[in-house]
Design a protein around this ligand. Structure first.
Ligand code: NHX
Ligand code: ZN
Length: 677
């Protein structure tokens, strides 16, 4: 969306490179010409001096050209002579027939020819004419130096190719950093306005802009300006965008590099590039250095230096650590780095004095998603009735990049259907497409299969409706999409804390498909494998991570530092058995529970199933008509209520123009958003 000019310095455009591809073409053409020239000359036969003399004395040569420089002579053979001698063996002799030889000495050749002429006059034959040529001086040079020249040209060309363009320097420049520099005058126009959501991260990062703009405000009080900040968060959440916005706001040069740019197959290159990057940064200070995907170099160094560790990477990392220590804290260089795995990074990199701060860039929450949608919808022609909040609700767990993708996909779908504006249905189709894959209506499904798919999906729908923490249902479909034959679509709840019962209910809902198959068709199918996988994972994490099982309470056997235990497990064989038993027990319990609930609501389930077979897609409201309104309020509804109340409060303050704190404390009518009970 934001375009950066390809050429960092406009002034550079007029500078012609000394060497380019056209020169190469020129050289190739020239050598081709030369080749043709000499191919033509290959009508000349090379002969021994004795044969040459014999032919001359026999009167078969009528003209001789002497090339003094090269010590060669060419004889023009008469037709009769050509036939007579053995060197006439082909019809290649057309036009001029020549023989060529190396002469003993250019001084003596005239004497020789004189003597031949004397002999020829004695026999009454025509004389041989002589011509002294200046010699193919150029050709001689060409043949001596041509190959070398070609080789040099070739090498220069290759080294240009190897440099890959960005740095612009040949193989001798591998140690140069390839940082892309964005200056204020080359169109880095990203500002905080372009960053939607990320409210807290923005506050943190705005401070960094302050450090660069008014360092003295901090240094006067004796504070040290942080050297670096680490942006941590899942992919697509806008870490790079945030870093660019810092540079755009601070109006300083922005050196951008990816962690993998340091990695090269040559020894020491990574370290050299780090050095060069920091040198460049110091020259440009105040500036921002941004290293994307820093885990490529910053991964924790292995404990065993011989096993699976990468020496070259470690050297690079060590160099980075030294450089970050090496430069003073107040010289106007701030290093931002992004990663999605902060736990994998070397601890030395994270200590104060290097990346002092870690800024978490989380997946956007409901309100953030509304903002992000609004940013992307600015560029789209959308239906005026589009409910952005509802869109945000349907995209729980999406990152900023995912949302951008949804918007684009929706626009593509609308355009495909020749619509004037993008509307709600297009967005729904886009979300379905992105989450579930392509719809496959061409897949052939028998009535029996259809019945069992509908049974399965109706099972999911019923259980999720009838359990407290079951995800709010959006729709149920038996239209094949991607790898799935059918699916129940939810608007998943984003919970801050997940109660044990919520995990159990989720498992129950996942097992419901299989349970419904068993209860209502009498046999189960292979299709539930994906459900079972998800369910078992939850059961395992319940036991191993959250310490929620009865037999192994309050124990966490996982390792969040990312360094796996390898082949050894952090528990004994007996414990392993207990873990297996607990996982089995929990899954079995939920399966039994699912079957019980399904039997209890068998009539409703079958109604949903039949409606599903009839319509293929049914929605929240259809299910509500059959099962009645849900007993439990969804968290999303609560959040929206809280937001509305706060918005109303804010509006009230604005209209009354009362000081904020006073009315807040008196406001007993609205309960605080978080209730301890
Ligand atoms: C097959 N697919 O593989 C057929 C085509 C039980 C009615 N022979 O649980 O479609 O059986 O609630 C991600 C998403 C495997 C990964 C779906 C891996 C589906 C889906 C197998 C419904 N809905 N199963 C479901 C289903 C299947 C599968 C997946 C995946 C079925 C079930 C797939
Ligand atoms: Zn299922």
């Amino acid at each position: 969306m934001i375009k950066y000019p390809k050429n960092p310095k406009p002034g550079n455009q007029n500078k012609r490179p000394l060497f380019n591809m056209y020169w190469m073409y020129g050289v190739i053409l020239l050598s081709l010409f030369a080749l043709f020239y000499f191919q033509d000359a290959s009508q000349t036969k090379d002969v021994d001096w004795t044969d040459f003399e014999k032919a001359a004395l026999a009167g078969d040569i009528d003209k001789i050209k002497v090339f003094a420089e090269t010590n060669t002579a060419e004889g023009y053979v008469t037709d009769a002579g050509a036939k007579k001698h053995k060197f006439d063996n082909s019809d290649a002799f057309e036009g001029d027939k020549k023989i060529k030889t190396t002469i003993p000495s250019s001084d003596k050749i005239q004497e020789k020819i004189d003597s031949w002429n004397a002999a020829l006059t004695a026999e009454g034959k025509p004389l041989i004419k002589v011509n002294y040529e200046k010699g193919s001086d150029f050709m001689k040079l060409f043949w001596y130096f041509g190959p070398i020249l070609l080789l040099v040209v070739f090498m220069v060309y290759m080294s240009r190719r190897m440099s890959g363009g960005a740095g612009g320097g040949g193989i001798f420049n591998v140690g140069k950093s390839r940082a892309t520099v964005f200056d204020k005058d080359n169109g880095n126009t990203v500002t905080f306005k372009d960053v939607a959501g990320l409210a807290e991260a923005k506050v943190e990062i705005e401070e960094i802009v302050e450090f660069l703009k008014n360092p003295q405000r901090y240094t006067e009080l004796g504070a040290k300006i942080p050297k670096g900040a680490l942006l941590v968060g899942p992919p697509g959440t806008g870490k790079t965008l945030l870093a660019k916005a810092v540079a755009g706001e601070a109006n300083v040069p922005f050196l951008s590099m990816s962690g993998s740019d340091f990695v090269e197959m040559f020894v020491g290159v990574g370290a050299a590039r780090v050095r060069d990057l920091f040198k460049q940064a110091k020259e440009k200070a105040p500036c921002i250095v941004f290293i994307d995907e820093i885990d490529a170099v910053g991964r924790a160094r292995g404990k065993n230096p011989n096993m699976g560790s990468n020496d070259e990477r470690e050297n690079t990392l060590n160099q980075m650590l030294t450089e970050m220590d090496g430069f003073g804290s107040n010289n106007g260089v701030i290093i931002l780095a992004a990663t999605n795995r902060a736990d994998m990074l070397d601890k030395a990199l994270l200590r104060p004095g290097r990346f002092d701060r870690q800024i978490y860039v989380d997946l956007p929450e409901l309100t953030d998603r509304v903002e992000i949608f609004n940013v992307h919808l600015r560029n789209l022609k959308v239906n005026s009735k589009l409910d952005v909040e509802q869109l945000a609700r349907q995209t729980q767990g999406f990152s900023g990049a995912d949302i951008a993708n949804v918007c684009n996909e929706a626009a593509l779908i609308a355009a495909r259907n020749n619509k004037q504006a993008v509307d709600w249905d297009d967005f729904m189709a886009a979300i379905d497409r992105i989450v579930g894959g392509l719809e496959k209506r061409s897949r052939i499904i028998t009535d029996e299969e259809k019945f069992s798919i509908a049974t399965h999906e109706a099972g999911h729908a019923t259980i999720s409706w009838m359990t407290q923490y079951g995800n709010p249902l959006v729709k149920v479909t038996i239209v094949p999409r991607g790898r799935a034959l059918g699916a129940a679509w939810y608007a998943p709840e984003a919970r801050q804390i997940i109660p044990t019962q919520a995990l159990l209910d989720t498992m129950c809902g996942l097992l419901a498909g299989r349970a419904a198959e068993e209860v209502f068709t009498g046999q189960v199918g292979t299709g539930a494998s994906d459900d079972l996988e998800k369910c078992t994972k939850i059961a395992r994490s319940l036991v191993l991570v959250y310490g929620m099982s009865d037999k192994l309470p309050n124990i966490n056997y996982s390792d969040s530092t990312g360094q796996d235990y390898g082949f050894t497990k952090p528990y004994s064989d007996e414990t392993a058995k207990v873990i297996d038993e607990e996982v089995k027990r929990i899954v079995n319990e939920q399966y039994a529970r699912a079957k019980d609930i399904l039997k209890e609501y068998a009539k409703e389930h079958n109604e949903i199933r039949d409606l599903l077979v009839e319509r293929e897609v049914i929605f929240h409201d259809d299910v509500e008509k059959i099962l009645g309104p849900r007993k439990w309020k969804s968290r999303t509804d609560e959040i929206i209520e809280i937001n509305k109340k706060e918005e109303a409060k804010r509006l009230e303050h604005k209209t009354k123009e009362e000081p904020l704190p006073d009315s807040d404390s008196d406001d007993a009518g609205t309960p605080p958003p978080f209730n301890k009970d």
